[in-house]
Design a protein around this ligand. Structure first.
Ligand code: ADP
Ligand code: MG
Length: 294
């Protein structure tokens, strides 16, 4: 299939046949979902995430590491975006800054209409808790809690009782989404690594965050198990309109995305529009990466 490639720094995703179509029960607010559904209207859809000219430097002894050197991007509600690049290219730094886990040295991050790069630590922590879900390479489950309790953790931490009927329903739904129904009472050490990562995904989804950020979520998994994880993320995107930003060095993982930003040396080198596809065939992406010499 034909793929489109755009110049770096182009911040507005194009709308077209490949524009994701969030469902009405999606994580996005109804007004935005209605806008997306009206495919023939030209009204701009407000991005859920925007980054403007982000830089991030780390002092390292007598030198300074410039991990980000001016990154701008924009993610529409319901999009699945991959940040792909070699080790050390700045992907994790970018994801942390996008999700408010770290502040940029300069530039701006706007999440769901709020400029998170200028918030106090307290406010940023609350916003991050309410609007983002993180999935990491190491699953970060609590070993003493079973799968259900691990998924319920964001509610427990927020001081809500996860046994309330509506929260129980949500927990049941995300556990079903990641295909773990029946394993609710397994502790992490009674689950396979793929199942553990699916618990982590359910935990990231359960609060219905505006944005799920995943950093190499398949990095510790074999190929088949990694596919389960990517399928679960893709289902959350297609079935729930969940917006996803996935960091990966792996073109097979990136091929699940609607759009791939290729990161090298702290910059977006290229942006590749794959469009929403059921096949996740990596060949068009690999061909484009080969043209770029990667
Ligand atoms: P990636 O996730 O693509 O492998 P990172 O974002 O982790 O890359 O790192 C980008 C660059 O920034 C690397 O050179 C890394 O060594 C450096 N870096 C990341 N975090 C820190 C830090 N806390 N202190 C110093 N250097 C860092
Ligand atoms: Mg990394």
């Amino acid at each position: 299939m034909a793929i489109a490639s755009r110049i770096p720094g182009s911040t507005r995703p194009t709308r077209g046949a490949s524009t994701p179509q969030p469902k009405p029960d999606a994580a996005v607010p109804p007004a935005e979902a209605a806008d997306v559904d009206g495919a023939s209207t030209l009204a701009p859809m407000p991005p859920i995430l925007e980054a403007h000219d982000l830089t991030k430097s780390f002092p390292l002894g007598p030198t300074i590491v410039e991990a980000l050197r001016g990154v701008s991007l924009s993610v529409a509600p319901g999009e699945f975006v991959a940040l792909m690049g070699p080790s050390g290219s700045g992907k994790s730094t970018l994801l942390q800054v996008l999700g408010g886990l770290d502040q940029p040295s300069s530039g701006e991050v706007i999440l769901d209409g709020e400029t998170i790069s200028q918030l106090s630590d307290d406010r940023a922590t609350r916003l991050r808790r309410d609007r983002t879900g993180f999935v990491f390479q190491s699953f970060n489950l609590i070993p003493l809690l079973d799968a259900w309790e691990n998924v319920a953790l964001p509610f427990t931490i927020a001081g809500d009782d996860p046994n309330q009927a509506d929260l129980r329903d949500r927990i049941r739904d995300v556990i079903a989404l990641v295909d773990l129904t029946g394993k609710e009472h397994h502790k992490p050490d009674q689950l396979s690594s793929g199942e553990q990562q699916r618990v982590a995904i359910a935990r990231a989804l359960v609060t219905r965050p505006a944005l799920v950020l995943a950093d190499e979520p398949t990095g510790n998994l074999d190929y088949t198990t990694g596919t389960e994880i990517l399928d679960a993320l893709f289902r959350s995107c297609v079935g729930r309109g969940q917006t996803i930003v996935l960091v990966t060095h792996d073109s097979k993982a990136a091929a699940y995305a609607d759009r791939v930003h290729v990161i090298t040396d702290g910059r977006i080198l290229d942006t590749i529009d794959l469009g929403r596809r059921e096949s996740h065939d990596a060949a068009p992406l690999i061909a484009r990466l080969a043209q770029l010499g990667l």
